[in-house]
Each structure stands twice: as C-alpha cells, then as structure tokens.
Design a protein around this ligand. Structure first.
Ligand SMILES: Cc1cc2nc3c(=O)[nH]c(=O)nc-3n(C[C@H](O)[C@H](O)[C@H](O)COP(=O)(O)OP(=O)(O)OC[C@H]3O[C@@H](n4cnc5c(N)ncnc54)[C@H](O)[C@@H]3O)c2cc1C
Length: 228
C-alpha cells in the first residue's frame, strides 16, 4: 500500500490506479518552460503550455504521485472552505465572485480535458452539501446562503442527504474524480504533446529566475514555473 504524506496514511487513489513508467533526468536539457512539481498544478500547467506549442520540462522530486493529490478527498468544489461570508469580508463582493467563478472554471476545465483526452478518471458532476458544525451560531448557515448567492453560486436549502441535524445548504454542479487516474492521463496527454516529465529529479536550488542549479541537470530555460 502506498504511504501517505506523513508516512502513516494510505492512498486509496494510488492503490486503484496504474502508474505510468517515469525516469530521472540524466543529462542537461533545455526548454521554453521548466515546471517544478508534477502535482495537479504542475501537470495542468505543463499540459496547457504544451498545447500552446511551448517546449516544457517537468521536474518531480519523487514519483508522479508523490505530492498531496493522492491524499485529497477528491471533491472538485467552488464552495471554498473559508466560506463566502469571510471571503467577501476579506476581498469584497467582486473578489468573492471571482473566487467562485475561477474555481467553477477550473472544475469545467478538468471535465473538458478529461473528455478531450479520453482520460477515464471517473469524473462525475454531483452536489455538495454544507452543514452546521456544533459550535456554529444558529444563523451562520443563513449568512453563508446569502453570501454564496451574492458570489453567484447556485445554492438551495435542502434536507440533509445523510443523518444530520437540521437543514443544510445544497450546491448543485460540483464534481468528484479519481485524482491519480486524472494525473496519469494528463501525463500521457502532455507527453504526446511533447512535454517531458522527469521523476526522481529534485530541483535543489534556484540560480536566478532563468537558470536552475546544475545538479538537476536542467541547464537553461526561458522561464521556470514553480508548482510546489
Ligand atoms: C487529506 C486531504 C484532503 C484534501 N481534500 C481536498 C478536496 O476534497 N478537494 C480539493 O480541491 N483539495 C483537497 N485537498 C488539497 C489538494 O489535495 C491539494 O491542494 C492539491 O493536491 C495540491 O496540488 P499541487 O499540484 O499544488 O501540489 P502537490 O500535489 O503537493 O504537488 C507538488 C509536487 O512538487 C514536488 N516537489 C516539491 N519540491 C520539489 C523540488 N524542489 N523539486 C522537484 N519537485 C518538487 C512534490 O514532490 C509534489 O509532487 C486535500 C488535501 C489533503 C491532504
């Protein structure tokens, strides 16, 4: 069984997906963009850049699935943990709307990529539910309902889908997927587009924004993107 971030957890996702063969970077290489970290952020950036015709190298210090992605609950949601009441207080109503929209777009992008590349990652649209915690004030859910609506989310009051106290908020149009299957598919799609992924290759130092330490073997790049 695959070990978790702390070494004590195990990943269901790793244990139910095939791993693509990967290799370490063994000699100097050049690319338009070097991405550090082959998690979902790094691999998504690599795929998009390769689609734009850039030459891309991804350096990953571990295996393809050694970051946080294999340990996610795999909910793709624009109902953010911070809560829209707090987000609006911190960033204003426009900021809250931007947060909701950008996360909705990210979910749709995963759906689009999976369909375009034929990635069988069990992507499924589903509803998300928000319940009151024991120490929440009685009107906190009402406030979150209003703040979510103002941020542009589709939200409705609902009976709880599981045994729980009181009404909850239901957010349709959220999603779930198998993160490691998606990452493996993204890896294949990116490499088909010419991107190169090197596992077990740690970037040990930044020389400047254009050059990275020689130990990594990557001599020169026009830009370096960090996704760690
Ligand atoms: C228990 C748990 C549940 C979660 N549930 C959810 C959820 O339901 N929904 C949700 O959206 N999010 C959830 N998350 C958060 C989500 O998993 C992370 O936000 C996401 O996986 C981060 O992806 P990433 O690509 O940014 O980082 P990572 O997946 O961590 O990728 C970074 C990669 O960079 C590599 N790296 C680091 N330093 C270097 C270096 N110097 N050289 C080369 N490589 C390097 C690492 O090895 C790693 O593979 C959860 C997280 C946890 C732990």
């Amino acid at each position: 069984m695959a070990q978790g971030l702390t070494g004590s957890n195990r990943s269901l996702w790793i244990n139910t997906a095939q791993r693509n063969p990967t290799k370490a970077l063994e000699k100097s290489a050049e690319a338009d963009v070097c991405i550090v970290g082959a998690g979902i952020a790094g691999m998504s950036a690599a795929y998009q850049l390769a689609r734009e015709g850039k030459s891309v190298i991804v350096l990953e210090k571990g295996a393809l699935d050694s970051g946080e992605a294999p340990f996610t609950s795999a909910h793709l949601s624009n109902v953010l943990d911070t809560g829209y009441k707090k987000i609006a207080q911190m960033h204003g109503e426009d900021g809250a709307r931007n947060a909701a929209e950008s996360h909705a777009t990210a979910i749709s992008e995963i759906e689009t990529i999976a369909a375009r590349e034929g990635i069988d990652c069990e992507f499924k649209r589903t509803a998300g539910y928000l319940f009151m915690a024991e120490d929440d004030s009685a009107d906190s859910l009402e406030e979150e309902f209003e703040a979510s609506r103002t941020a542009g989310l589709a939200v409705e009051w609902s009976a709880p889908p599981i045994q729980a106290t009181g009404e909850c908020l239901r957010f349709p149009g959220q999603a779930q997927f198998h993160p490691v299957k998606f990452l493996a598919g993204l890896d294949v799609a990116s490499q088909t587009l010419g991107a190169k992924l090197y596992s077990h290759t740690e970037l040990d130092a930044w020389i400047n924004r254009r050059n990275v330490a020689p130990r990594s073997g990557l001599r020169k790049g026009k830009s370096v993107g960090r996704a760690v």
